[in-house]
Ligand binder design. Structure first.
Ligand code: ADP
Ligand code: MG
Length: 289
């Protein structure tokens, strides 16, 4: 009968570090056709570190300004840039004013009488960003690095590249899902070029780049229309709406509280290979039922 099979599958999952918040999620998981993944903190470890930095002038004042502005943001990219500036002994000399953060784009502020923008190419000016230092940004993105631009009224002042490490188990975890006939898709706020390089490194089937938080949700809706049963794996506050909209929301155990609360399944050890285990468990259960 149904109950004993569900209960034994749930406890089986728990023993392997997979927390099912109810039997219904096992049943939905057994029918999942496609699974979408957030990039940062899900497919990758989520700690980007600065690998390259190019400045318009090399007296250090630009990095001082960037540090002063990014210190007001808690975006992981901003925090890594601040740590980098500190490691280079650049500390802010003046304090920024009128700081505004635009989610998915970057930060604006007034500092030392100039207005500054720090963020994506679209945010600071796409054409100028592409031309800076002979197109260095394109080369950095092709290496799978996230490129952050800083600009004042004079134009682009700096390009800073950050690289996040793909989790050790990501490629094998995706392969086992694919072998089970499940299509894998990456959703990211990062630009097209960087996303393409990371997607290739992971071996994921498809990706959508430059997704604003609302667009992640719309992608899930589209995938539902196209395939029926959709899973979503994420860790961030940004991912919560997509986790809620998917048929099966799966959160990384180290994710934010909102992600853990919203998800139907929690991977207690942050191990992506547990998703394929969970699928096998769910399929075995539905065969019994
Ligand atoms: P992700 O989905 O990868 O977490 P976000 O949607 O948070 O990305 O941000 C998208 C892009 O906007 C980043 O890749 C970056 O270029 C830019 N950005 C957003 N916030 C900041 C910030 N505080 N400092 C620098 N760049 C930022
Ligand atoms: Mg994330």
């Amino acid at each position: 009968s149904i109950m004993p099979a569900m209960l034994s599958s749930i406890s089986n999952g728990a023993r392997r570090g997979i927390l099912f918040k109810g039997g219904i999620h096992l049943e939905k998981l057994s029918r999942m056709k496609v699974v979408a993944f957030d990039k940062t903190g899900t497919l990758t470890e989520g700690y980007p570190h600065v690998t390259d930095a190019y400045f318009r002038d090399d007296d250090g004042s630009i990095l001082e300004n960037i540090r002063a502005i990014e210190a007001n943001s808690n975006h992981p990219l901003a925090q890594s840039i601040v740590r980098y500036a500190e490691s280079q002994k650049y500390l802010p000399k003046s304090l920024p004013e009128q700081i505004t953060e635009e989610r998915g784009h970057g930060v604006k502020a007034v500092l030392g009488g100039s207005s500054w923008k720090i963020g994506s190419a679209e945010f600071v000016g796409r054409e100028e960003s592409a031309k800076f230092q002979g197109g260095i940004a394109g080369k950095l993105a092709a290496e799978g690095k996230t490129v952050v631009f800083a600009a004042d009224e004079k134009g682009i002042a700096a390009v800073i590249a950050l690289k996040d490490t793909v989790r050790a188990e990501t490629a094998t975890a995706l392969k086992s899902l694919q072998q089970n006939g499940i299509i894998t898709v990456m959703l990211t706020g990062d630009n097209e070029k960087t996303a393409a390089a990371i997607a290739a490194e992971c071996g994921i089937d498809d990706f959508a780049a430059a997704c604003l938080p609302d667009e992640k949700l719309n992608r899930i809706k589209q995938l539902k229309d196209q395939y029926g049963a959709v899973g979503m794996v994420g860790d961030g506050i940004n991912d919560a709406p997509a986790l809620a909209t998917a048929n099966v929301g799966i959160a990384m155990g180290a994710g934010t509280d909102v992600a853990l609360e919203t998800a139907d399944i929690v991977l207690m050890k942050n191990d992506l290979s547990k998703i394929a285990d969970a699928v096998s468990l769910s399929r075995r259960m539905s065969r019994i039922i």
